[in-house]
Ligand binder design. Sequence first.
Ligand SMILES: [Mg+2]
Length: 177
Amino acid sequence: MTGRPLLLLDVDGPLNPYAAPGARRPEGYLTHRLLPEGWVVRNAPLPREEVEPLRVWLNPSHGEELLALPYELVWATTWMEEANTFIGPRIGLPELPYIRWTNLFGEDPDGLHWKTRDVVAWADGRPFVWADDELGLQDIAWIEANHPGPGLALWVDPRIGLRELHFAALREWAEDE
Ligand SMILES: [Mg+2]
């Protein structure tokens, strides 16, 4: 293998288990109230001071666990560059490259997730794992048909977030590539 595979990381779902049962903060997580610019824009024309900050649950040990994986980490999230200011520092991640979406929340003619084509274009043939809570079977099939290298779409339950089983699967997948 030449170089490490990419780990394309969604935030809401994998790192922030926003759908945890009972709206209760999962054990090991800290609660943050964050007001990224991307969220202010989505709430337009509501003035910034009236926008409700996002409640984000983050596990401070996730950064170290992610950095220990044999992958190059890349943000693949609606937070885009703001993941580097709002998310990374809170879990101990350095500044990472991020995918700038061309079809943010857009419709796809083939019913794919709006991230899927950009993920494959960004990977540009390199082996990758894409961890996200919204991808579906059609995305998995499309990646298999359209990505020239190994590509794994790893669905993460937003009620649970990234857990040891995912880290184990990621280590195993990298070893096999
Ligand atoms: Mg998500």
